[in-house]
Unconditional design. Structure first.
Ligand SMILES: [Zn+2]
Ligand SMILES: [Zn+2]
Length: 254
């Protein structure tokens, strides 16, 4: 029996999110049904909704979901009914990069997450009026009350953890933190420059503040964001609306 749920559907590129009833497949062997409690909004959702990325529409977006597991497929061993989970991107689990512990570089990452609109076999777990619509966005399509989620997208968290605060860990936070901790790995004395103090940039600031980097410089055009960046660990901030960023960076003060 399909599960009926309410989702924010984007009908065509450039259209607004519209609340609509959709049907979800029963979770397959490697899938779970999650009741969403919260979902972050990432610029990638807006990029797809605007029609700038080739995701099949109408469809359901959302890729920073957080919720509670209501059903698990027969083959799922990582989470149980009642577990609190954060949802992130999906991956195949069997290509070289997945086996080496780098699922973000999965060989089938793009079709599985961003542009396919369905599972690896091309089917979507979301339908409306008997017609399949775009789903499985980042393995989840979490702008809905419920989602059929690839079990590889779900990470179990402490049931006391506040899901509404943790939801953006699924994309924005790990992108900013991962860039600093896993790729840049700043050494003592080095300077980290973060351009743009949104969710990703501010996460990078928090991560950089926990490294031996001597300076964390943040550039943005919004004073409130720069103020927040300071609270989160920026040692210097530059308001690009007021000064020339390149000149400012070359000045002896930096
Ligand atoms: Zn994102
Ligand atoms: Zn893979």
């Amino acid at each position: 029996m399909p599960t009926s749920t309410t989702a924010a559907v984007v009908e065509t590129g450039g259209a607004k999110f519209t609340v609509s009833t959709v049907d979800l497949d029963e979770p397959r062997s490697d899938e779970i049904l999650v009741r969403l409690v919260a979902a972050g909004l990432c610029h990638t959702d807006l990029g797809v909704a605007s029609g700038a990325l080739p995701f099949p529409l109408p469809g359901v977006l959302g890729h920073e979901g957080a919720g509670i597991v209501e059903k698990v497929g027969a083959g799922v061993t990582t989470v149980d009914v009642g577990d609190h989970v954060l949802l992130s991107f999906s991956s195949c689990g069997s290509c070289g990069n997945c086996r080496d512990g780098h699922p973000a570089y999965c060989a089938t990452w793009l079709p599985l997450n961003l542009i396919g609109g369905g599972r690896a076999d091309g089917t979507s777990p979301v339908s409306r009026g008997g017609e399949a619509i775009g789903g499985h966005f980042f393995g989840q399509s979490s702008f809905a009350h419920h989602a059929v989620v690839d079990a590889r997208s779900a990470v179990k968290v402490d049931p006391d953890a506040p899901l509404d605060i943790l939801a953006p860990l699924g994309c924005g936070v790990q992108t900013g933190v991962g860039a600093v901790w896993n790729v840049l790995k700043p050494c003592p004395g080095q300077t980290v420059l973060v351009t743009g103090a949104g969710a990703v940039g501010l996460s990078a600031v928090m991560a950089a503040a926990l490294t031996p980097a001597s300076k964390v410089i943040v550039v943005d055009r919004v004073p409130a964001r720069l103020e927040l960046a300071r609270d989160l660990g920026a040692t210097q901030v530059i308001n690009a609306a007021e000064v020339d960023t390149a000149e400012e960076l070359r000045s002896p003060a930096h």
